[in-house]
Design a protein around this ligand. Structure first.
Ligand SMILES: C[S@@+](CC[C@H](N)C(=O)[O-])C[C@H]1O[C@@H](n2cnc3c(N)ncnc32)[C@H](O)[C@@H]1O
Length: 183
């Protein structure tokens, strides 16, 4: 894929990337065409880009600092990164609930979870409309409770790139305070 074809990064992800340890290890889970892989790799992070179809990464798969991993995350084969700790895990527009414990366990101390995906009510705007792919009210906060410290959480209608109901969370494994603005 031509870099110019890649969708813009989520504003939620770019807003919080400054919390991630510089040059740290980032996991872009269900990375798709790699809009966040590209964002972090360009900023000097080491990015593991995981998806069941990494062909969508195009030339980004060979870019410096990018480790493409083709994996079916729902095949029941277990977490594909045993023993690895990430300074950030980014998940956008993807939900497979059984992965939450492994995602939280794979965060290094000080690691940042940036999550944004569709929530109940999105049926009014189109797909996804299957409840399996829609978070229930407060679910994202509930599922991380006790494992990470929420820095920010929102639930509502997102307008860009098209109207959708989403929940989004940024949370850090460790103890606050964290700098809310880029240094
Ligand atoms: C809506 S796209 C989101 C892509 C990217 N996170 C983004 O926001 O641009 C969902 C992605 O999840 C991937 N996916 C769906 N089921 C998967 C599975 N079982 N294992 C791995 N990846 C999967 C798809 O291939 C697709 O790239």
């Amino acid at each position: 894929m031509d870099l110019s074809e890649r969708p813009e990064p989520s504003l939620w992800v770019s807003r919080f990337m400054h919390l991630v340890r510089p040059q740290g290890r980032v996991l872009d889970l269900a990375c798709g065409s790699g809009r966040h892989t590209a964002l972090f790799a360009k900023a000097g992070f080491l990015v593991t880009a995981a998806d069941r179809d990494i062909s969508k990464l195009g030339h980004l798969a060979e870019a410096r600092g990018v480790r493409p991993v083709e994996v079916d995350l729902e095949a029941g084969a277990g977490w594909p990164f045993p023993g690895e700790a990430f300074d950030a895990i980014v998940v956008t527009n993807y939900l497979h609930r059984p992965l939450f414990p492994a995602i939280l366990a794979a965060l290094a101390q000080g690691g940042v979870l940036i999550y944004e995906t569709f929530a109940d009510g999105n049926q009014a705007f189109g797909k996804p409309s299957n409840p399996d792919f829609l978070l229930q009210p407060g679910e994202l906060l509930d599922v991380v409770s006790g494992s990470v410290t929420p820095v920010a959480y929102e639930h509502g209608i997102r307008q860009v790139p098209r109207p959708a109901v989403v929940q989004r969370l940024c949370a850090v494994k460790g103890v606050p305070p964290f700098s809310l603005e880029p240094r």
